[in-house]
Design a protein around this ligand. Structure first.
Ligand code: ZN
Ligand code: ZN
Length: 168
């Protein structure tokens, strides 16, 4: 996974360090399904700015997640644009002024990027917004084969009545 060492940075107040950082993203578990980021190592715009009382980190990238559609289980691709910031106070008095992603002068960029993507995910990942899903009756994909079942014959009470009529 990708981390960034803050030791090498010698920034004075107001200065910034900017680089294109390739960040490895792990696969996501979402709603019991697995979604794989493509490419696995995403190019990001990574900026570190030295402020008066601390350091500001910002990260921007776009990733595409590949996995099953929530409704039809067909292939779904979700484009996720990310733009996030974190702040680390130089001498933090309370925890709110520190980022959870910095430890021992190392910024865990992969963990940060992964959490940012997880927070940006929609309720459901679909192959397309109007995906018709699977037929609850026969399980066929309603996108490929739009159909409805004849409810009269599907209803078991009708079948019982039919067989009763036959016997009369
Ligand atoms: Zn679908
Ligand atoms: Zn059906």
């Amino acid at each position: 996974m990708t981390s960034f060492s803050l030791r090498q940075l010698k920034l004075r107040r107001g200065e910034e360090h900017r680089e294109e950082l390739g960040v490895e993203l792990p696969a996501f578990e979402f709603g019991g399904q697995r979604y794989v980021p493509v490419p696995e190592k995403v190019p990001t715009e990574f900026v570190v700015t030295r402020a008066n009382t601390g350091t500001v980190f910002s990260l921007a990238f776009r990733t595409r997640l590949h996995g099953p559609c929530y409704r039809c289980l067909g292939d779904a691709v979700l484009e996720v644009p990310i733009r996030v910031r974190e702040y680390q106070a130089t001498s933090p008095e309370d925890e709110e002024l520190t980022t959870p992603y910095v430890e021992d002068n190392l910024l865990d960029v992969s963990a940060w990027a992964r959490d940012a993507v997880a927070l940006a995910l929609p309720d459901k990942i679909l192959c397309r917004p109007d995906c018709a899903g699977l037929c609850p009756e026969c399980g066929k994909n309603l996108n490929d084969e739009p159909h409805v079942h004849d409810e009269e014959h599907a209803d078991p009470r009708w079948a019982a009545l039919e067989s009763l009529k036959e016997r009369l």
